[in-house]
Design a protein around this ligand. Structure first.
Ligand SMILES: NC(=O)c1ccc[n+]([C@@H]2O[C@H](COP(=O)([O-])OP(=O)(O)OC[C@H]3O[C@@H](n4cnc5c(N)ncnc54)[C@H](O)[C@@H]3O)[C@@H](O)[C@H]2O)c1
Length: 317
């Protein structure tokens, strides 16, 4: 059966995840409107799509209203790494909150289903492990990460209130650490940081003693999850954890990247930043049950693709 072509708006479409999502949905035959203010994203991320007849790129800041006709909205616009979201914290909260209000208003007007890219940061520094969707989180409302964490929490509130009050079709994904090609090379995220440092034979910076754990999901798996969540049954809203539950210590990740790149890097230990979670790992049983999703790409394979991307990027700089 031929798939129905939809008009899909992707905010933050020129960012890391957004550009992969544009590519995927375009490949499935849909019309894509990519909206981005290029705060952390770049036109280069979607350069290969610009000539596609079903792709349109619009420079726009979602803290201002947008009037377009679409069938589905993926709301991804928001700086995602601490370096970027803490640079202008007021703008970060505005993007999450005003941006959500604008995109929800649009979805309500045109009766589109809207998916929110929420985050594991809504769990803050968790007391339960791994985190299920039922956990309410432990977030410092006035800490340096609050502009992002609380902004995303408020966006979730808005999504569920639009759903309850106006019957809007919503989907909320709580995304855990994701990595892959097109991550920003200087945004302080751990995978890109370690790879760039290793490829330059520079010391690998570990904040804290390296015993804190994270779990990393490869971008292709995550995009599968977002698309499957959007396609899930009408009444299913989430929130739904999407991430890879395989935990690794930051120290072990550094070692693996050093080995895979053949780097001669030493390890440089620096104090842990304030409110840095010590452990972060998703419980993804709900995703298995409701959208039949689980990540399939292991860390070694994902790192191989990511290292190859950064090798090429550094060579061309
Ligand atoms: N990558 C991850 O590990 C991860 C984890 C959890 C949640 N998320 C969420 O997924 C989404 C995408 O993250 P990413 O990793 O691709 O980050 P990214 O910074 O690469 O992408 C965000 C995009 O949003 C754009 N943007 C920012 N503010 C905007 C505004 N006001 N108007 C229009 N565009 C704006 C940026 O220019 C960028 O292109 C974010 O909402 C983020 O919070 C990502």
């Amino acid at each position: 059966m031929k798939r129905q072509r939809k008009r899909i708006l992707i905010t933050g479409g020129a960012g890391f995840l957004g550009s992969h999502l544009c590519e995927r949905l375009l490949g499935e035959g849909h019309e894509i409107l990519c909206v981005d203010n290029f705060y952390t994203g770049a036109k280069e991320n979607v350069l290969g799509l610009l000539d596609h007849p079903h792709f349109e790129l619009l420079r726009h800041d979602i803290t201002f209203p947008l009037y377009v006709e679409v069938d589905e909205i993926y709301n991804l616009a928001c700086p995602a790494s601490p370096v970027h979201y803490q640079f202008d914290p007021v703008q970060t909260t505005k993007t999450s909150v005003h941006g959500a209000i604008n995109m929800l208003g649009l979805a309500k007007r045109v009766r589109a289903t809207i998916l929110q890219a929420s985050t594991s940061e809504v769990y803050g520094d968790p007391e339960v492990h791994p985190q299920t969707e039922a956990y309410w989180g432990r977030v410092n409302p006035i800490g340096p990460r609050a502009c992002y964490d609380e902004g995303k929490r408020c966006a979730e509130t808005l999504f569920f209130d639009y759903h309850g009050q106006h019957g809007l079709g919503i989907k909320v994904a709580r995304i855990f650490n994701t990595y892959g090609p097109r991550m920003h090379p200087n945004d302080g995220r751990v995978v890109s940081n370690f790879i760039v440092q290793a490829l330059s034979n520079a010391p690998i910076t570990i904040y804290g003693d390296g015993s804190q754990t994270r779990s990393f999901c490869y971008v292709d798996d995550l995009i599968d999850g977002l698309v499957q969540l959007m396609a899930s049954e009408a009444g299913f809203t989430g929130p739904l954890n999407l991430g890879n539950p395989n935990e690794i210590t930051i120290g072990a990740l550094a070692e693996q990247i050093v080995t895979m790149t053949g780097a001669r890097s030493s390890i440089d230990y620096q104090p842990a930043p304030r409110d840095d979670p010590t452990q972060r790992c998703p419980d993804i049983s709900l995703a298995a049950e409701r959208i039949d999703w689980a990540p399939g790409i292991g860390l070694e394979e994902g790192l191989k693709h990511t290292i190859a991307y950064f090798e090429k990027l550094l060579l061309n700089q």
